[in-house]
Design a protein around this ligand. Structure first.
Ligand code: SIN
Length: 298
């Protein structure tokens, strides 16, 4: 199995006392007592890395970190990916993508409709994302939750007929297929330039993917970016994908994250798909995202 290990770095820092507390259900753990504004030594980092693999989404509570500290922590896991929508990158920190519904002086400060369809971040790239870190800056008093669906469990529980139908197949992932869809899309999503379009050319990935670090199989399709299964007539492909989406996002397969102030949430895009549930438009919501590049899928 190709190795996908985090970037190694021998950091000489004092150990921190922290707890990894699994959430109820099969996905998710809280990490409590760890201060990400301090460098993590290798033993502490290894515990965090293992928790990320075991629980697929880890929630660091009560963090007070700068953009550079978020970038530095993210880089412990790999190379950071720069989002194609350059206008929503944080000034002087292009590694950070702003997710926000706030409009200031007539200009959106971030992508306001990010994540409105189930997806795995950057699955439209040859090297899709290993994981994403989203750090809360401003949260609405109502709504704004993020849902996570466990794609290993989706595969493990998939009826045999569907398993047989998809095993060995590949699917097309496209950034542009849904790009301009949805209410207010035009205001959030400007026309892509030729240069931007060249960065998001369609790619294919296996419908059933193997996690490069744990070896677990998982479904790797989502309504956000997957457009068709290669080699099937359009209607068959559509029907099959719809069944996979419905199965993956059944309530028992989903963790709902209700954001608390100063949460930093780090999920594994190789194991989960996620969805932003949205909030009333008059309530402000702003989060900062880093996205770590993963391996070629297999
Ligand atoms: C995203 O898809 O990265 C955004 C998720 C969210 O805003 O909850």
């Amino acid at each position: 199995m190709p190795a996908a290990s985090p970037v190694s770095s021998a950091i000489n820092a004092a150990s921190q006392a922290f707890d990894v507390r699994p959430l109820e259900g099969k996905v998710g753990a809280e990490i409590v007592g760890l201060d990400l504004s301090r460098p993590l030594n290798d033993a502490d980092f290894a515990r965090v890395h293992q928790a990320h693999l075991d629980y697929h989404v880890v929630i660091f509570r009560d963090q007070h970190i700068t953009p550079q500290q978020q970038i530095d922590f993210s880089r412990r896991f790999g190379i950071l990916q720069i989002h194609v929508l350059k206008q929503f990158l944080l000034a002087n920190h292009p590694e950070i993508f702003i997710v926000s519904n706030i409009v200031e002086n007539g200009q959106p400060v971030g992508l306001g409709d990010a994540g409105k369809y189930w997806h795995s971040d950057l699955s439209y790239k040859e090297l899709p994302s290993l994981g994403s870190m989203l750090y809360a800056q401003e949260l609405p008093s109502e709504g704004g939750d993020t849902l996570f669906a466990d794609m290993h469990r989706a595969w493990d529980t998939l009826p045999q007929a569907l398993r047989d139908a998809v095993e060995g197949k590949v699917a097309v992932h496209s950034y542009t297929a849904r790009y301009a869809e949805g209410k207010n899309a035009a205001s959030w999503r400007p026309t892509l330039t030729g240069e931007q379009l060249s960065q998001v050319a369609e790619v294919t990935h296996p419908v059933v993917r193997t996690h490069p670090e744990t070896g677990r199989k998982g479904l790797f399709v989502s309504e956000g970016f997957t457009t068709r299964i290669v080699g099937l007539p359009e209607d068959e492909s559509r029907a099959l994908l719809d069944q996979l989406y419905a199965h993956s996002t059944r309530p028992e397969n989903v963790y709902r994250h209700h954001w608390q102030p100063d949460d930093l949430v780090f999920w594994d895009n190789r194991s989960l798909i996620h969805l932003a549930t949205g909030c009333p438009p008059e309530l402000r919501r702003k989060l900062l995202r880093t996205t770590i590049q993963g391996d070629a899928s297999f």
